[in-house]
Design a protein around this ligand. Structure first.
Ligand code: IMP
Length: 180
């Protein structure tokens, strides 16, 4: 049985999705990608740090011809978006005329992703799609389509399975949500 309640710094988190539930979500997303990109070559752009566990699990379930690139964009301090987006580690791989799929941990306001998608578009990929494990639709202000969504969740802050609170909790196999 996974731990039900966690304390990190000043916050308390409760079990929200087990590793098994997360893997079922990831398997469904992998099926969708395998179907949509059958017989095509894809560049997967993995957004660091949060998407690292999700991407590792997802990519192992894909049978698509692919290469992997990494990007680091940051806008968060603690549990609040700082509003200012920075590309700390840009995509160095060639994406011109390629099918590109961005693999993200969560789209909340969409500010981070809007910035990244606009930056990638300037490099003229053949197609550009977005796959996110989680989405907080009530907070969304973006002007773009999310092509693949693992799960729409409520607004509370989550940690585990790649998600952190002040850089802690990323390695947890289960997902926890902040207690209200
Ligand atoms: P957005 O720009 O508001 O969409 O924020 C997206 C980024 O904020 C994600 O890539 C995460 O790194 C971070 N983030 C948003 N919500 C959470 C959360 O509940 N837990 C941990 N990180 C989060």
């Amino acid at each position: 049985m996974p731990t039900q309640t966690l304390h990190i710094s000043d916050k308390t988190f409760e079990l929200y999705r087990s590793a098994e539930q997360l893997h079922a979500i990831v398997s469904r997303l992998a099926q969708e990608l395998n179907r949509d990109y059958a017989n095509q070559k894809v560049v997967f752009v993995i957004v660091l740090k949060g998407a690292y566990l999700f991407a590792a699990d997802l990519l192992r379930k894909l049978n698509i011809d692919n290469t992997v690139a990494f990007v680091k964009v940051s806008s968060y301090n603690g549990t609040e978006s700082s509003g200012a987006v920075k590309e700390q580690l840009p995509v160095t791989d060639d994406i011109f005329n390629q099918h590109v799929v961005v693999i993200e941990d969560i789209v909340e306001t969409g500010l981070t992703m809007e910035f990244l998608l606009n930056s990638l578009k300037q490099r003229h990929p053949k197609t550009l799609r977005l796959c996110t494990l989680l989405h907080k639709p009530h907070r969304f202000k973006g002007n773009f389509t999310i092509d693949y969504i693992g799960e729409n969740i409520t607004d509370e802050f989550v940690i585990g399975y790649g998600f952190d609170y002040e850089e802690k909790g990323r390695n947890l196999p289960n997902l926890y949500q902040q207690r209200q």
